[in-house]
Design a protein around this ligand. Structure first.
Ligand SMILES: Nc1ncnc2[nH]cnc12
Ligand SMILES: [Zn+2]
Length: 364
């Protein structure tokens, strides 16, 4: 799918937001420089989850939208979540400040700037298009804004980006199918489809027709599974949706047969340890199954999920798990190489990026 190259956004002068410490989480005493980390791709990233409170308030003012918080600090103080749903409720509410193509371009570019500073060279951004369309934002505005942000990011930062339309489990599957039709009719620059939102209580299988149609149109496919739900949810998204990679997949470890299949097929798992702790899927970073996943031979990459809400961009996630588990340079290089290999980039670009990771590995 393709469209005319997007024009640059009008900047709104919102300053880049400095990374915050991982509140209460194990982190190295001194932050290594960017060069101390490998180049990487970020594959599991929700655009709306990059909305920093300062930008949310700037957009609220620009669009004359009321946020039910006094200021950015008060909003940030509300980022204490008991589970996925408690997070999604706030995430959807805050997303309402996003109204125009310019908003989506600014948000995309703010994320890319922060990600690039942490070593990200390629990013695949899931966007909750249904949420925005349902509250009256034209689909073409969302798509054009994100595309413009990605184009400017590539030109300005040398970071490539792909847009993924995330279907939402808590909304009707027929709506996802209609959204896909609209995207196809627009010739929207979307590289793939995903499945996100509330996992427990909302089956993946009803989305099979939309995923099959996406595949028939050459779109790539990813799906959240086994974040909060059981291991068989992984099997469901592989078999019913034809998912090429699985977002999270941490509870797959509870079923040896599912693990054996994931290892055999080397299905990329986009793991988000900081998110899992913030949403209570895992009690603490030290108890995260990342080491067990690596030991099992699973194909794992590190990702941030919703970095604004969870207090960790992917470089900070790398720092935190490196500190928590004493990851070696080789393990970190393996994780970074897996991020490019699990991406939806063409093979020659993957090879170029993996060569850069190997340079980083050898320089240590
Ligand atoms: N961690 C997550 N799981 C499912 N859907 C999401 N949407 C944004 N973040 C999500
Ligand atoms: Zn996610």
């Amino acid at each position: 799918m393709s469209s005319a190259p997007p024009s640059p956004p009008r900047g709104m002068g919102v300053p880049a937001v400095a990374p915050r410490s991982l509140r209460g989480m194990t982190a190295p005493a001194t932050r290594p420089t960017t060069a101390a980390r490998p180049p990487r791709a970020e594959l599991h990233l929700h655009l709306e989850g990059t909305l920093e409170p300062e930008l949310a308030f700037a957009l609220a003012a620009r669009n004359r939208v009321d946020l039910p918080f006094a200021d950015p600090a008060t909003l940030r103080a509300a980022y204490a979540f008991s589970d996925l749903q408690s997070f999604l409720d706030l995430y959807h509410a805050t997303s309402q400040v996003l109204r125009t193509a310019e908003d989506f371009a600014d948000l995309t570019l703010a994320y890319l700037r922060r990600a690039a500073a942490g070593g990200v060279r390629h990013a695949e951004l899931m966007v909750d298009l249904q949420t925005h369309v349902a509250r009256g934002v034209p689909l073409e505005d969302v798509v054009a804004g994100v595309a413009r942000g990605l184009a400017v990011g590539e030109a300005e930062l040398g970071v490539s980006g792909l847009m993924i339309a995330a279907f939402l489990r808590h909304r009707p599957a027929a709506e996802a199918d209609g959204l896909l039709d609209d995207l196809l009719a627009l010739g929207a620059p979307v590289a793939g489809v995903g499945l996100a939102s509330t996992e427990v209580g909302f089956a993946a299988a009803p989305f099979a027709p939309a995923f099959a149609k996406a595949a028939a149109h050459g779109l790539r496919r990813t799906a959240h599974a086994a974040e909060e739900g059981p291991a068989w949810h992984v099997t469901e998204v592989l078999d019913a949706l034809g998912a090429e990679r699985v977002d999270h997949g941490i509870r797959a470890l509870e079923d040896a047969e599912v693990v054996a299949r994931l290892v055999r097929e080397q299905v990329p798992l986009t793991v988000c340890p900081v998110s899992n702790v913030r949403l209570g899927a895992v009690a603490s970073l030290g108890e995260h199954p990342l080491p067990a996943m690596l030991a099992a031979g699973l194909n794992v990459s590190l990702n941030s999920d919703d970095p604004s809400y969870f207090g960790g961009y992917v470089d900070e996630v790398d720092d935190a798990v490196t500190a928590a588990f004493g990851l070696t340079r080789d393990q970190r290089a393996d994780l970074a190489a897996a991020s490019f290999r699990g991406s939806f980039l063409p093979a020659e670009q993957v090879a170029r990026h993996v060569a850069a990771v190997e340079e980083w590995r050898a320089a240590g």
